[in-house]
Design a protein around this ligand. Structure first.
Ligand code: J5X
Ligand code: AKG
Ligand code: FE2
Length: 344
């Protein structure tokens, strides 16, 4: 799990808010109202017009070019032909439904400890906002057994097997995509030891639940953010994810059945000298519960991430070199100011 386990470690220490018992509230509590009536609702702000992130088939011989183009123009794309078994994707969704369907007092037994990364709770970025998000999450870093046993002391095996299998398969797919992307950055993957000995990479699996909301247009499922990853791969059956596109605003992503949503994170943005977009995204809620699973992948904590120099990515570095561990700390303390703090 590596460096990502330290993400938002400091910000968690000052307050440890816990998720609501969402099933028991009939009206949106003041603490969860993000927009008052006059504000533009997150629904109004999004356009379901003609533009949407690219859909790319990994089996397409032209996939590498399309992936690079998507990383530059959107920072996000939908991927089909990825080879992740449909059954496994369905099992992940149903295991998440089971987990978040547990009684609140049982879920709280797996509550993330202050400064901890794994376990049940609100988003790690909660302390940066004075309103609570309509969300509950379960973060897995490394083996899921410890926190899963708090939920199901006698029956944690099925959940753990599914999540470990999923993490292994998503890590392999991530590394396949990274090799394709590194080619465009003129990085020889054969010389990247943490990519070959892939034990060292930092990964995390985030299960998200956005419970049915009594007043969806005034709540926020997950506040706008960019991911602290090289690449994030996400699955969800239902819409709710919105990505920000310069010149178009918030775009609702309509998930294609069986597709995975791949997005560029901060580390790939830095590595590409700012050419690949670390897409800002958020989640709006509805009257129906929504689930997602997001796999985060970053290099090991001691790896130094430096902007590549080339005619395609610029001869002048736009960012200072950072260690993965150092940047995770900066992001955890300063959140969305992190990138500007390392700008040259
Ligand atoms: C590996 C990661 C990446 C984390 C922190 C740590 C574990 C959980 C991830 C998320 C998941 C939910 C949104 C986010 C913003 C959050 O609050 O926790 C993500 C954050 C990040 O992408 O920065
Ligand atoms: O639920 C989603 O679609 C997005 C989740 C997300 O952005 C995250 O887990 O970082
Ligand atoms: Fe995200």
């Amino acid at each position: 799990m590596g460096a990502l386990a330290e993400a938002y470690k400091h910000s968690l220490l000052d307050k440890q808010p816990i998720p609501l018992d969402y099933g028991s509230v009939r009206t949106l509590p003041e603490s969860h109202i993000w927009l008052d009536q006059s504000d533009e609702s997150p629904y109004v702000a999004h356009s379901t017009g003609p533009i949407s992130p690219p859909v790319i088939d990994l089996m397409d011989p032209d996939a590498p070019r399309l992936i690079i183009q998507a990383c530059e123009t959107w920072g996000v794309f939908q991927l089909i032909g990825h080879g992740i078994p449909t059954k496994l994707m369905e099992d992940v969704e149903s295991e998440a439904e089971k987990l978040f369907g547990l009684p609140v007092d049982q879920k709280l037994k797996a509550l993330r400890s202050p400064g901890g990364g794994a376990g049940y709770g609100l988003p790690h970025i909660s302390p940066f906002f004075n309103k609570h998000m309509w969300h509950e999450g379960f973060t897995i870093m490394g083996s899921p057994i410890y926190h899963t046993r708090q939920l199901w002391p006698q029956a944690y095996q099925g959940f753990c097997e599914t999540m470990v299998d999923y993490q292994n398969q998503l890590k392999a797919l991530t590394e396949q995509l990274i090799r394709i992307i590194f080619k465009s950055l003129n990085i020889n993957s054969e010389e990247v030891d943490w990519l070959k000995d892939s034990q060292g990479s930092s990964t995390a699996l985030q299960l998200n639940s956005y419970p049915a909301c009594p007043d969806p247009t005034r709540a926020m499922g997950l506040a706008p953010h960019t991911d602290t990853s090289l690449i994030t791969i996400l699955q969800s059956k239902t819409s709710g994810l919105q990505v920000f596109k310069e010149g178009a605003g918030w775009i609702l992503v309509q998930p294609i059945p069986g597709a995975l949503i791949v997005n560029v994170g901060d580390f790939l943005h830095i590595l590409s000298n700012g050419v690949f977009t670390t897409v800002r995204h958020r989640v709006v809620v509805t009257h129906i519960q929504r689930f997602s699973a997001a796999h985060f992948y970053a290099p090991p904590g001691d790896v130094i991430v430096s902007p590549v120099m080339s005619k395609d990515f610029g001869e002048v570095p736009r960012y200072r070199s950072v260690s993965v561990k150092g940047y995770v700390e900066t992001k955890g303390k300063h959140f969305e100011k992190a990138l500007s703090l390392i700008k040259k």
